[in-house]
Design a protein around this ligand. Structure first.
Ligand SMILES: C[S@@+](CC[C@H](N)C(=O)[O-])C[C@H]1O[C@@H](n2cnc3c(N)ncnc32)[C@H](O)[C@@H]1O
Length: 314
């Protein structure tokens, strides 16, 4: 196969992913991620049929999941992004080949409330590993949730703040800080593109610089951009590669955005929260081991705004 785009780190094929997956050498990939069409009858620029019968859709997914599993090195990770409805049967299928690690609930509202149903509010991110345990596992640490108004902390951690890791809070399997759409300046891209923060978190967790990252459903190229900017090798396919080529050829906006994301992870406080605390006249320290750093929010606005205060702003 001949790539339509090659960089020093990556190769992009304008091809059906089944063709690429068949051509890949087995056990060559460190991290495989897939964000396939969800069979919701959506119109894609590649004109695929996104309204198949359920069994047809699942059969098709199983073919490429099988190919992705085959491509994983022992100890490599596979992540599958989809609606809970599809990830339930697909997770069962994957569990016959790989070891289940997590069902990560990513809290994003993606449809209007439907009468007689619960409000669909999370995407499922399945995380599997080939073999017993992952070779690479570096989960990001997150800043403590702070009040948007005064910068004060929203939780007291049961009086054990001094025991907390100065690099931030352990990440759980419920992610509430992933934005549904890109920041306004990135909106011109196709609406089906994932957030850079989500892909960065996955790539950071399950790969190292020079690892090989595979994504068979390129879309607007979010996975390849993160891989390219963080020094991973990458390989991908997409039926219509025009948006990806354009994006990879001008990485400046994505680079700036990723730098911002990196500045706000693996730290106890974001720069914005520290600035809010400074303005509110609080004692500043980025390390909870200093007991005077106890700036719990007492803002009157915080109570009614509570659910939103736990979310990051971009
Ligand atoms: C949900 S989008 C992926 C978005 C991507 N994660 C991003 O952040 O931009 C799914 C993509 O899969 C592509 N696609 C669908 N069937 C495909 C196939 N058989 N081979 C390769 N790509 C395919 C579609 O054209 C669409 O762009």
């Amino acid at each position: 196969m001949i790539p339509i785009l090659r960089t020093p780190l990556g190769e992009l094929y304008q091809a059906d992913c089944l063709t690429l997956l068949k051509a890949l050498e087995p056990e060559t990939v460190d991290l495989a991620f897939a964000d396939p069409p969800f069979n919701l009858g959506k119109q894609y620029s590649s004109n695929i049929n996104d309204a198949r019968a359920s069994h047809d859709y699942l059969d098709w997914c199983k073919i490429w999941l099988d190919g992705m599993s085959r491509a994983l090195k022992p100890g490599a990770s596979l992540f599958l992004w989809n609606l809970p409805k599809w990830n339930l049967p697909l997770g069962t299928f994957l569990a016959e080949r790989l070891t289940f690690r997590h069902w990560i609930a990513v809290d994003i509202k993606y449809s209007l409330p439907i009468s007689g149903r619960l409000y669909p509010s999370h995407y499922s991110l399945l995380y599997f590993v080939k073999g017993g345990k992952p070779t690479i596992f570096h989960p990001d640490r997150l800043p403590v949730p702070c009040c948007r108004h005064c910068g004060g902390e929203l939780r007291d951690y049961g009086g054990y703040k001094d025991k907390m890791n100065p690099k931030g809070v352990n990440i759980s399997d419920v992610w509430t800080d992933i934005p549904p759409v890109r920041h306004a300046k990135y909106k011109k891209r196709e609406a089906n593109g994932l957030s850079l923060r989500l892909m960065d978190r996955i790539v950071a967790m399950a790969s190292d610089p020079s690892s090989v990252v595979l994504d068979p459903f390129g879309g607007s190229g979010t996975t390849y951009v993160v891989a390219e900017l963080t020094g991973r090798r990458w390989i991908g396919s997409e039926l219509d590669c025009s948006a990806i080529i354009q994006r990879i050829e001008s990485l400046e906006a994505d680079r700036d955005h990723l730098l911002q994301i990196h500045a706000n992870k693996n730290t106890l406080f974001t720069a914005a929260d520290l600035e809010r605390q400074r303005k509110a006249g609080r004692i500043l320290s980025t390390d909870y081991r200093f007991p005077e750093t106890n700036a719990t929010c007492v803002c009157p606005a915080s109570e009614e705004a509570q659910p939103d205060l736990f979310r990051a702003s971009s």
